[in-house]
Design a binder for this molecule. Structure first.
Ligand code: ADP
Length: 503
């Protein structure tokens, strides 16, 4: 047996995995591990003691009280649990420690396999500026802007004038839509810059900000990639995530309604180059913005499994967690680019405990009723059961509702049906908002961008009174239309949610 085979054999050891996460993603990872015959270990905080991910795992260990800084973020404690319990690999899920290079390094140093990229790739892609720098030589289109941090407002003004207003100030260490400020004109720049810097320091402990051209009506399109340790990198097509609030995604789909074959292939190749520039291994996502003419611009790379990965799994038939585990244990990707095909259409709604009527504010509390829909073409990834409290300490996502159809309109219809059969009482959720999106003319036609919420949605559109008013208006409009076609003006879509339903 020569050296290479020996290394490969050693890499194959993956009998027990600890999932350093909670909620739906912990469960989702464990499901695949079980399917692969791998034992699972959960960690949990005191408030998650009775959570489904704890019950589902073969073994479970409490790591501390509710706040994540005292539980899910305690890397050293998690490593100790692994060492004491013969854990071979750690899957970090998303959030928490998933993009923490220092943690990854410690895990690897202790001889535990980290199911994800190397600390090197994480460090490059964890900083938006370092990422831009790394891909510079690879002919990847980027949003016009500067590729270094700015502190001096006068210099910022010069740069902004060069780029042309509006501009976007961004935190280099940013994530989750935080640390971003749109600046329309020069007079606002200094104040917005100060705010962005202080937000970046308080959220990320790093005040570096830079300036990008603000693309006026972009769509957010990202490419899923998989890369093994043997130099093979493929892309698994795109996900469109343009329906956002506070620069954060709520509805995602695959494929995008607007990409052409050619643009898809070009974006795929660009994403592979970005991954190669970072010497990437594992599953990762390269994010782009596209403009009205389908020009695309590199935004950043996320070095983990994304929340919205199920839509890609559904259209490609590939279990991304299984691939992550196989890559981590040194296997060669079992497919080539030409083997991958898009099959049908998948839609995802993030069901958050948030009140869309009230500016999407978190609405934590007890899930008095919780019944998820079941059926063909419906997948629900959740981490809660009826009677559970939604803790205040973590992201308020209850579930991901994913639907599938042989084409986009079938996936949309299935989503509407699934939302109608989802019963949640005790907290407000984004379900009704999801229905609003699915039934909106702009969404159905595919003619929308990241401003969809600002452009078309007002909280009161979901309240009872509005529905009734809209109904009366619809009846009146129909009567008028019957009476005198000429005087009827088209209804302003930006203020209604019944356009697509009733006309
Ligand atoms: P984060 O890391 O905080 O998620 P991203 O760079 O991924 O930040 O951007 C998040 C969202 O912010 C994008 O999907 C888009 O809606 C908006 N955005 C980011 N950069 C720009 C830009 N240059 N022009 C217009 N919108 C942008």
């Amino acid at each position: 047996m020569h050296g290479f085979e020996l290394v490969n054999l050693m890499n194959h050891l993956m009998n027990k995995i600890l999932v350093a996460n909670r909620g739906e993603i912990a469960l989702r990872v464990m499901r695949t591990a079980k399917k692969m015959g791998i034992k699972t270990v959960a960690i949990y905080s005191e408030v998650d003691r009775n959570a489904p991910h704890v019950r589902y795992a073969d073994e479970a260990f409490c790591v501390g009280p509710g706040p994540s800084s005292e539980s899910y973020l305690l890397g050293d404690k998690i490593i100790e649990i692994c060492l004491a319990n013969q854990v071979d690999g750690i899957h970090p899920g998303y959030g928490f420690l998933s993009e923490n290079a220092e943690f990854t390094r410690k895990v690897t140093d202790k001889g535990i396999t980290f199911i994800g990229p190397s600390p090197f790739s994480m460090e490059i892609m964890g900083s938006k500026l370092a990422a831009k720098d790394a891909v510079k030589g690879y002919d990847i289109p980027m949003v016009p802007g500067i590729d270094r941090a700015v502190e001096d407002p006068e210099l910022a003004k010069e740069i902004a004038k060069d780029i042309g207003f509006p501009i976007l100030i961004k935190a280099s260490a940013g994530g989750g839509g935080k640390g971003m400020r749109v600046v329309e004109k020069e007079e606002e720049l200094e104040e917005q810059m100060e705010r962005a810097i202080s937000e970046a320091i308080s959220s990320f402990g790093d005040g570096a900000v830079f300036i990008e051209k603000y693309i006026s009506s972009p769509r957010h399109i990202e490419i899923q990639i998989l890369a093994d340790r043997h130099g093979n990198t493929v892309h698994l097509f795109e996900r469109e995530c343009s329906i956002q609030r506070r620069h954060q995604k709520v509805v995602e789909e695959a494929p995008s309604a607007v990409l052409t074959k050619e643009v898809r292939a070009a974006m795929g190749q660009a994403a592979i180059k970005v991954a190669e520039a970072a010497k990437y291994e594992g599953a990762g996502t390269v994010e782009f913005l596209i403009d009205d003419d389908l020009n695309f611009y590199f935004l950043e790379m996320n070095t983990r499994l994304q929340v919205e990965h199920p839509v890609t799994e559904w259209i490609t038939g590939i279990d991304l967690v299984e691939q992550q585990i196989n890559i981590a244990r040194g296997e060669v990707l079992p497919f080539k680019q030409e083997d991958l095909k898009i099959n049908g259409h998948a839609m995802e709604l993030r069901v958050y405990a948030e009140d869309p009527v009230n500016n999407f504010l978190p609405s934590v509390g007890k899930l008095e009723t919780y019944q998820a829909p079941v059926g063909e073409g419906i997948r629900v990834d959740d981490g809660f059961t009826e009677g559970m409290d939604i803790p205040i300490y973590y992201d308020p996502m209850i579930a991901k509702l994913v639907t599938y159809g042989s084409n986009r309109s079938e996936a949309i219809a299935k989503m509407v049906e699934a939302i109608e059969h989802y019963e949640i009482k005790g907290v407000e959720t984004t379900l009704a908002f999801g229905k609003f999106v699915m039934e909106h003319e702009a969404f159905i036609s595919g003619n929308f961008n990241t401003h969809f919420v600002k452009q078309y949605f007002k909280g009161e559109m979901l309240s009872q009174g509005y529905e009734e008013e809209a109904e009366i208006a619809a009846i009146l409009a129909t009567k008028l239309l019957q009476g005198n076609q000429a005087i009827v003006k088209p209804i302003d879509q930006s203020n209604t949610n019944w356009w697509s339903k009733r006309l």
